[in-house]
Design a protein around this ligand. Structure first.
Ligand code: GCW
Length: 685
């Protein structure tokens, strides 16, 4: 059982087949990803059904058309399958990386076709087929055509060359150790397989606070080895770069992106990268942010920096993911107009249309920083002639890390589905990052994942639902949080309805529960923001330059971000959304204190006061966290002991820590407001 955690959702548990499957397979393509697909199909079926299909030579199959009297799995690109089975018609509209799964009558037999638009699509189709079998125990009458929502679907790792991981909770880096790329990259191959199984196609392997040594000849050679291990799974390598590298690594006197020698230096690095990695995916750039150097040093814009790098990458097919997480972390607390939430829009909106075609502006889901509840970043609607990607965080930095269970899919869905009403039409955020809303050729998703050497990747087995869910949404953001959770539970733990229902009853409410016992009503997470980002420490967010303020006084609480009297942040949204947030009547309660400063006695839409809601939600959240323990206990004997015990420990800890949160926050607000809890729970200490 020790392996269950490592296998995650790829356990391929035995199924009782409802109908026999083909015993043979024909692999029509020699591409390395198609070979992985064939390998995976055999491995999966062997494990689930006890028999792996035998590979029959293509020549026999194709030339012998008509002689073929056996049912077969047929794997290949659409073009090849069409050649082999002239009677078959590919579904229309398959996009790059898309696939078709179809049963097909061939000479009295039923073949099972796995066809990809590209070789990579064959791999995704194979994983999808195995998933379907795992979930339903049969593959009858398959008629599935599926394409990813956007071309960019990356996992980002914040790994350092020394082997540590910034905000990583699952052990040390699988890529690096001691300043070098690891000699043994076995875990990297397993990670790439896991990512491929949910349709992810790129990994940025290092911290966005990047070491210039990422561009040393030695590291570049090592990156080549990483790419070789991930390539069979269709996963391309990208790296984060330090914009100051020409100075720090190149020994030059400047890193001005307009300087011809600086450009020549970068050109030489880009060429070396493509020598080592012909399918290198590109650069992620964090510049002018949290101490990272950037173009502002030379009075230049992010567009100038991004376009210089993009110009060098373009001939090779690479992209620049330029992060919009640029803000001043020395804001003036006394300035009531200062607002970190404004920064991304203020800096990037004026540059709309100025970015090269292979630049993607990568925008965190909310305007602050992965807090428990944030509105969708207004920048999504603020760029209409620029490619965009959504940045999410699987690693639960502010959301319980690996010690508490918080299922993030409902939170991400909220942002993806949020209608920006740009140009007064329906423009949900997902339609913008997909490139549909404003007809952009490029776009997609990047999520900070931060798996580590721990056997089960993220330490908390239930956190893997977030990695699975991220892949699912990046492929198809229309899926529901419920179906994503249930499918994951089935594949990860078993398809006994009791298992699925217990796991669902923990995962589905967990985000809201966490919000209840940490920072409800849009207060943000209220955690220690200068250190580990863990545990209740509301005062740490106030009176400093970081700008994660909620401005609690003795009379009221909340950041006034209105256009009328506040920072004007709300004015960054298209008019319809701005009007909704601006008015206390229409602003949703769950973002009230993110948008407005109100007295503690202000009444929410149901008549309860703000202060009483803060008290009540914290008590309700702590009780709900305790229920997770009871739910989990119903799984005793239904799943393996190792994961049962591990999660039980985590849920018990979470239940206890929810009380620490509850007491820390309710006492803080009691002290600030001086208003007693009407149920008499707070204030008697
Ligand atoms: O959330 C914050 C993290 C930093 C991180 C930064 C970023 C890599 O606390 O650790 O730096 O965001 O996204 O750049």
């Amino acid at each position: 059982h020790a392996e269950s955690g490592a296998k995650a959702w790829l356990r391929y548990a035995p199924v009782k087949l409802a109908a026999p499957l083909p015993q043979r397979m024909v692999v029509l393509d020699k591409a390395v990803t198609v070979r992985s697909a064939a390998f995976e199909l055999r491995r999966g079926l062997l494990s689930m059904t006890g028999a792996a299909p035998v590979s029959v030579p293509v020549s026999g199959y194709v030339s012998g058309l008509g002689l073929d009297a056996q049912p077969e799995f047929v794997l290949g690109t659409v073009t090849e399958v069409r050649k082999a089975l002239p009677g078959w018609h590919a579904p229309v509209g398959l996009k790059l990386d898309g696939y078709a799964l179809e049963t097909f009558r061939n000479h009295g037999q039923t073949d099972l076709i796995i066809a990809g638009r590209t070789p990579r699509g064959v791999l995704y189709g194979t994983f999808a087929l195995l998933e379907t079998l795992g979930e339903h125990s049969e593959l009858k009458q398959l008629q599935i055509a599926s394409s990813p929502s956007a071309p960019i679907r990356w996992a980002d790792q914040w790994d350092n060359l020394n082997g540590s991981i910034e905000r990583g909770y699952g052990g040390r880096s699988i890529f690096f150790n001691d300043g070098h790329v690891r000699a043994n990259l076995a875990r990297v191959g397993q990670y790439a397989r896991l990512l491929a199984s949910v349709g992810l196609n790129g990994v940025d392997v290092n911290n966005v606070n990047a070491s210039p040594q990422m561009l040393s000849p030695e590291t570049i050679a090592g990156l080549g080895r990483i790419a070789d291990v991930m390539r069979p799974w269709g996963v391309r390598v990208a790296i984060s770069v330090d914009f100051r590298s020409p100075e720090t690594l190149g020994g030059m006197k400047t890193f001005n992106p307009k300087d011809p020698q600086v450009i020549a230096w970068w050109r030489q690095k880009v060429n070396a990268l493509y020598q080592a990695i012909p399918d290198f995916a590109g650069f992620t750039v964090k510049a002018d942010s949290e101490g990272q150097a950037g173009p502002s040093q030379y009075g230049l814009t992010p567009a100038a920096a991004a376009n210089m790098l993009a110009g060098l990458l373009r001939p090779h097919g690479g992209v620049v993911m330029y992060r919009a997480f640029v803000y001043n972390n020395h804001l003036d607390w006394n300035d009531k107009k200062a607002d970190r939430a404004r920064a991304a829009y203020d800096i990037f909106h004026p540059l709309d249309g100025k970015f090269a075609s292979n630049v993607v502006v990568q925008i965190k889901n909310g305007p602050i920083d992965f807090q428990v509840r944030e509105p969708a970043s207004p920048l999504y609607a603020g760029l209409r002639h620029t490619n965009e990607a959504m940045e999410l965080e699987v690693t639960q930095e502010y959301l319980g890390q690996a010690r508490q269970t918080v299922y993030l899919v409902p939170m991400w869905k909220k942002t993806l589905d949020f209608n920006m009403h740009a140009e007064n039409r329906d423009t949900p955020v997902k339609s913008i990052v997909e490139g549909k809303a404003f007809h952009r050729p490029l776009g997609g998703y990047a999520a900070v994942v931060n798996v580590g050497l721990d056997a089960n990747w993220l330490r908390n087995p239930l956190s893997m639902a977030n990695l699975w869910g991220y892949g699912q949404l990046a492929w198809n953001p229309d899926q529901s949080a419920e179906e994503i959770a249930s499918n994951w539970a089935r594949l990860t733990f078993g398809d006994d309805p009791r298992i699925v229902s217990a796991v669902d009853s923990i995962l589905l409410p967990s985000w809201h529960v966490y919000e209840d016992y940490t920072g409800p009503l849009g207060l943000e997470t209220l955690t220690d923001i200068t250190g580990a980002h863990y545990g209740p420490a509301p005062q740490s967010a106030e009176r400093n330059g970081w700008g994660m303020w909620f401005r609690a006084t003795h009379t009221g609480v909340g950041m006034d971000r209105t256009t009328a009297t506040g920072t004007g942040f709300i004015g960054q949204y298209p008019p319809k959304v701005a009007a909704m947030y601006e008015s206390l009547k229409t602003c949703p309660d769950d973002l009230l204190l993110f948008m407005h400063h109100v007295p503690y006695t202000h009444r929410l839409h149901d008549g309860k006061t703000v202060i009483q809601y803060i008290y009540d939600s914290h008590y309700a959240g702590a009780i709900a966290a305790q229920k997770f323990v009871d739910e989990w206990k119903t799984l005793h004997g239904l799943i393996d002991t190792e994961r049962y015990e591990q999660v039980l420990g985590i849920q018990r800890y979470q239940a206890a820590y929810a009380i620490v949160w509850r007491d820390g926050i309710t006492r803080y607000f009691y002290k600030m407001s001086g208003i007693a809890d009407d149920k008499g729970r707070v204030g008697h200490y």
